[in-house]
Design a protein around this ligand. Structure first.
Ligand code: PLP
Length: 736
């Protein structure tokens, strides 16, 4: 993987990508090199060049002279003056961090690492308008916001609206499709007013509409929309009130289309529209045979809970024609589920739905819209595969396949091309928000800073045996020593259970075992040239992982991870110019063993631990959860009564020194608010507490002054944020 000779280091690009930490470690040990030789055998020169450019551009300090030599072509890039090797290492470590956390792949051009080693946000994918996430955090902190904190990048939302629209426009142009595209935003994906308003504003030019799935969502949409060109699509089961509200919209001139989910709804729609004297706009959700794929696959297929069967569709058509309202059927809709990972699913479903559309059109309905629902995925792990948390297609491919297949079917049926509607919510909002949490403590297997214990005369025989292993461990005998140490650990457990070993001996053996295990894993990573890590060493590495305690609730902020095992990109948002030296899982502050994150994205598979940096006393350590804008924001529950988290809404502004400003902050739930949600009444709680204080004063257990102070403290506590107060990296000891 690497060789060092005559003042230069040779590193294979493959090795650098696969094991950046190991390379960084090597370079750290070899401080007098002059040329960094990157051999590119199987990676493209362009990619290596990109890397070199990153090294040049991504560093604002002085750089050593760096010559990049490729194995077949030799390209020399002389970088500024040679002032030493450390700057070069720094750049290399940062480019390694990009590889390590895979940012280039899941980030879709919206995220990077800047010269300070902080995550940079590029809300419009333009490197000239990059926001340093740590500067946003500082600004938010100055405004009194504490963690956990959701950061919303509003310009990114606008960019997503444009990008999705333009993808369809481009496909329409490419194929000569003879109609338009109209997007609708499914409000259920993120109902926050500021998010919906931003999307509506950004989509005005494209007549972007909304999809409502319930009465509250519809009432919000009706108030928001006045553009007669954009659609309000009403999905979900409907009662009389829901239908009346939709018809109200039609009366006002809005294009509200009620999608019939089951036949009885049609009768009710027709009855109420007559009663209100307004002509309804009707859609039908078809129950496709094409099955979905991914975690939300059951939304489609024959057993889906929504949609009309072919027999129901025929009946619906007959009813409408009988009533003289055949022209009111405007739209055919389907939805195969959210986050469809495989493009094949989309193609099949689109073709089947286009066939339904065509046949209904031929029965004499004027139709006009074919609504392909949601499903457009987000590549959360960046692997570009049909894995559940990924997608094996691009946005452009999706748009092309939707447009082409609708066109192909309609042409073969000789019916006019419909307006294409899509209900992509996830792909629109996922990227715009980042959840930042603070890790304030770590639970470790052994104390890395403690001096190695020596064997004392009279120590238990197994203590001595373990110590011998530690003393004699070498690169050559590493595997044998691992097996011996495991055997001693098993014997220790038996002896302890039989009452034949004291606590101190057991503690010594356990600590020595973990030290040996740590050393063995290190040997495999840094002192062997093998790229292969045996399974037992992988398991050891996972077992050695620390647990970083983070101030947040998985049940509030990461529900799909807990409930469905969905993966999100997670990484530190600063110190990325230091190689991470720990592997850890994340645990939250709820009293629930499920409140943890122990599965992380990986290109090949799923990782069990995340590379992190050692916590420094008195210094905060921030971890970002990315691509959080879809569903997670609004699905959180109140487990342990941790409520909504603080938020800051960030806008790009080139007139500002830091290139951004925080337009709005929204404070998370207070303790009183979450208690109210579970039927506790604030004044009643205060009254009951006061009664106890009064009794204590009366019985001389408290002085009146003390009692009043206690009561004030209690009242103030109810106004506090529900999450921990962390100060200088430590859980605050309660100055309330
Ligand atoms: N439309 C309907 C009817 C849905 O049920 C959903 C969500 O499942 C969506 C659209 C949003 O889909 P996505 O999450 O793929 O954007």
């Amino acid at each position: 993987m690497y060789t060092a000779e005559n003042n230069h280091i040779r590193i294979s690009l493959r090795g650098l990508v696969a094991k950046p930490q190991r390379v960084a470690h090597k370079i750290g040990n070899f401080l007098d090199f002059f040329d960094l030789v990157i051999m590119s055998k199987d990676d493209s020169i362009a990619r290596a060049f990109e890397r070199a450019n990153f090294v040049v551009n991504g560093h604002n300090g002085e750089l050593p002279r760096l010559r990049l030599v490729f194995q077949y072509e030799i390209l020399s890039i002389l970088l500024q003056t040679c002032t030493g090797v450390l700057g070069c290492c720094l750049s290399l470590i940062m480019s390694s961090a990009i590889e390590l956390y895979n940012i280039d792949r899941w980030g879709s051009g919206y995220f990077s690492i800047n010269a300070k080693g902080n995550v940079g946000i590029l809300p419009t994918q333009n490197p000239a308008a990059t926001i340093d996430i740590m500067e946003v955090i500082e600004d938010a902190r100055d405004r009194g916001l504490t963690f956990p904190l959701v950061l919303r990048f509003q310009d990114l939302l606008q960019h997503r609206v444009e990008t999705i629209h333009l993808a369809f426009q481009s496909a329409i142009g490419e194929f000569g499709y003879k109609n338009n595209y109209r997007g609708v935003f499914p409000v259920k994906v993120n109902q926050l007013r500021e998010v919906v308003e931003e999307i509506v504003e950004a989509g005005r030019l494209y007549h972007l509409g909304v999809e409502a799935g319930s009465k509250p969502e519809l009432l919000a949409a009706l108030a928001l929309y006045s553009d007669p060109e954009s659609l309000i699509i009403c999905n979900g089961y409907k009662d009389g009130q829901y239908i009346r509200s939709a018809l109200l919209g039609n009366k006002l001139g809005s294009r509200v289309i009620m999608v019939v989910e089951k036949l009885e709804e049609l009768h009710q729609i027709l009855r109420l529209s007559k009663e209100m004297n307004v002509e309804p706009m009707i859609g039908v959700r078809v129950r496709l045979q094409s099955k979905g794929s991914g975690k939300w696959a059951t939304s489609g297929g024959e057993n889906a809970k929504f949609g009309l069967s072919t027999a129901d569709l025929v009946k619906a058509s007959e009813i409408l024609r009988r009533e003289g309202l055949a022209h009111c059927l405007k739209l055919v809709h389907f939805h195969v589920g959210s986050q469809v990972p495989d493009i094949g699913t989309i193609k099949r479903a689109v073709r089947e739905a286009a066939r339904f559309y065509s046949k209904l059109a031929k029965l004499g309905h004027e139709l006009g819209y074919l609504d392909v629902g949601g499903g457009l995925g987000v590549d959360y792990d960046g692997s570009n595969t049909a894995f559940d948390s990924s997608m094996n297609y691009t946005l452009q491919e999706y748009a092309r396949d939707v447009v082409y297949n609708i066109m192909d079917v309609c042409d073969s049926e000789e019916i006019p091309h419909p307006i294409i509607v899509s209900e992509s919510g996830r792909a629109l909002v996922a990227h715009h928000s980042v959840l930042v949490v603070e890790a304030f403590s770590s639970i470790e297997k052994y104390d890395r800073t403690a001096p190695v214990a020596t064997v004392q005369p009279g120590d238990h025989k197994l203590v001595q045996d373990m110590w011998d292993i530690e003393k004699n461990l070498t690169v050559a005998n590493r595997t044998e020593m691992l097996h011996d140490a495991q055997e001693i650990t098993a014997q220790t457990l038996s002896m302890f259970n039989f009452g034949l070993m004291d606590l101190e001996s057991k503690a010594k053996i356990e600590q020595a075992y973990w030290r040996i295990a740590g050393r063995i894993v290190e040997i495999f990573h840094t002192e062997t040239d093998e790229d292969y890590l045996p399974d037992e060493v992988k398991e050891l590495q996972i077992a050695l992982g620390d647990q970083y305690v983070c101030n947040f609730s998985v049940f509030q902020s990461l529900l799909d991870h807990w409930a469905l095992g969905q993966l999100f990109p997670v990484m530190p948002i600063h110190r990325l110019n230091e190689p991470p030296d720990r592997h850890a899982t994340l645990v939250d502050i709820t009293c629930d063993s499920d409140g943890k994150v122990s599965k992380f994205i990986d290109l090949q598979d799923v990782k069990e631990t995340l590379p992190l940096h050692t916590l420094r006393p008195g210094e905060p350590y921030y971890i970002g959860f990315f691509l959080m804008g879809a569903y997670q924001d609004i699905m959180g529950d109140l487990h342990n009564l941790f409520g909504r988290v603080n938020e800051a809404h960030v806008f790009l502004d080139e007139d500002e020194d830091d290139g951004f400003y925080i337009e709005e902050t929204i404070e998370g739930s207070t303790i009183a608010e979450v208690l109210t949600m579970t039927q506790w009444n604030e004044s009643d709680l205060i009254r009951r507490f006061k009664k106890q204080v009064d009794t204590a004063i009366k019985s001389d257990r408290l002085k009146p002054n003390e009692g009043m102070k206690l009561l004030t403290t209690y009242e103030r506590s109810l106004k506090h944020y529900t999450y921990l107060q962390i100060h200088n990296g430590n859980a605050h000891n309660g100055n309330i």
